[in-house]
Design a protein around this ligand. Structure first.
Ligand SMILES: Cc1cc2nc3c(=O)[nH]c(=O)nc-3n(C[C@H](O)[C@H](O)[C@H](O)COP(=O)(O)OP(=O)(O)OC[C@H]3O[C@@H](n4cnc5c(N)ncnc54)[C@H](O)[C@@H]3O)c2cc1C
Length: 317
């Protein structure tokens, strides 16, 4: 079933989470062990992130470095199929513009369609770590909305190869990203919302937000979206803080603010164990308030660790 169908059929707020494919060379066992306990809360779908290539430098032994590209976390399509097979649950792969030609994207979409995967979260992707701005693949897409149009076209049976006759249409439900604290490159919230509105007009059926730690930011974002005419479900993305380091790492990476009350509580923590407790408790309170608000689904960023998500979900779902 599609994400929008799961939401429409649910009587209460739905629980879901996002996982990362294992690093290249690791097996899938640990991932399954991480997912297993969370099945208790009956998530109707699990998101699987997509990771583009990165540059690595290898010492050639003669004092020179060799620059290579490698994809450290391949396997999104395979992981989606494996989870579906193992847990009998829907999976939602993320698809990104970065590092992919239109044809490679089309081939991945064909695989997903054959596997019976019927929802995709369509994103641009971030710049490669060593590049300070996003550089699209020469044969790919520069913005998520262009990639989205490719999926919409495929849903109409229109493939990249225009000579294809009577091509089988796919039937993907399309999700896109939303930023309660604005996307860092957008000049203003208004311009960011204008793009989001265009995505919805062109076929996006739901939005998943970047993580936030102040629910007021989500409430305000939903209000602004509704005023703009964006009327699809807006799923809040949540992540519990699990270490002191994240107090600076999360704002730096995701361009978000931590509320003063949370910072005050974290400042009192002597170690990561204490910080994790504060983070989990904060996320439980956030979750409760979001359910009261009527959020359609709570979507947790697991970042490869399920135990904090388990602790949150057991207090809520
Ligand atoms: C829920 C969620 C899941 C994610 N999962 C992944 C993942 O699996 N893999 C990964 O690599 N990254 C992931 N990301 C990160 C995401 O790729 C980055 O945030 C990226 O910088 C922007 O992606 P986007 O889809 O919002 O881009 P876009 O919609 O393309 O927007 C990027 C910027 O360009 C502007 N813009 C958009 N369209 C246009 C246009 N036509 N003309 C001018 N300006 C425009 C927007 O306002 C914005 O500032 C995820 C983010 C979220 C919120």
């Amino acid at each position: 079933m599609k994400v929008t169908e799961h939401i429409a059929n649910a009587k209460n707020t739905v629980f879901s989470f996002e996982i990362l494919p294992p690093l290249k060379g690791q097996n899938i066992k640990q991932l399954f062990e991480n997912i297993e306990p969370l099945m208790e809360f009956k998530p109707p779908f699990i998101d699987v992130t997509y990771h583009r290539e990165e540059y690595i430098y290898r010492d050639k032994g003669n004092g020179l470095l060799e620059k290579r590209t490698t994809r450290k976390r391949p396997g999104t399509v395979g992981i989606c199929a494996a989870i579906k097979n193992r847990f009998d649950i829907d999976t939602v792969p993320h698809i990104i513009c970065g590092g992919f030609s239109k044809e490679e994207t089309e081939n991945a979409l064909i695989d997903l369609d054959f596997l019976g995967i019927d929802s995709v979260l369509v994103l641009r992707g971030d710049p490669i770590k060593s590049e300070n701005k996003f550089v699209p693949d020469p044969k790919g897409h520069a913005y998520a909305i262009e990639l989205m149009e490719q999926v919409v076209n495929m849903n109409k049976g229109k493939y990249i190869d225009e000579e294809l006759q009577s091509a089988a249409p796919s039937d993907f439900c399309i999700g896109v990203a939303g930023y309660p604290e604005k996307h860092f490159e957008a000049p203003s919230m208004k311009s960011d919302l204008k793009i989001l509105k265009q995505k919805v007009e062109k076929g996006a059926e739901y939005v998943v937000t970047q993580m936030f730690f102040d629910n007021q930011k989500y409430f305000e974002f939903v209000k602004l979206c509704r005023a703009e005419g964006i009327d699809v479900p807006i799923i809040p993305g949540l992540k519990p803080i699990t270490s002191l380091k994240q107090m600076s790492a999360l704002p730096r990476t995701f361009y978000l603010d931590l509320p003063d009350n949370l910072v005050d509580e974290l400042d009192k923590c002597k170690d990561n164990v204490a910080a994790k407790e504060v983070g989990i408790e904060w996320c439980i309170q956030q979750s409760k308030e979001l359910i009261e608000f009527g959020a359609p689904c709570l979507h947790y960023y697991s970042m490869g660790k399920s135990d904090p998500i388990y602790r949150i979900a057991e207090g809520i779902f």
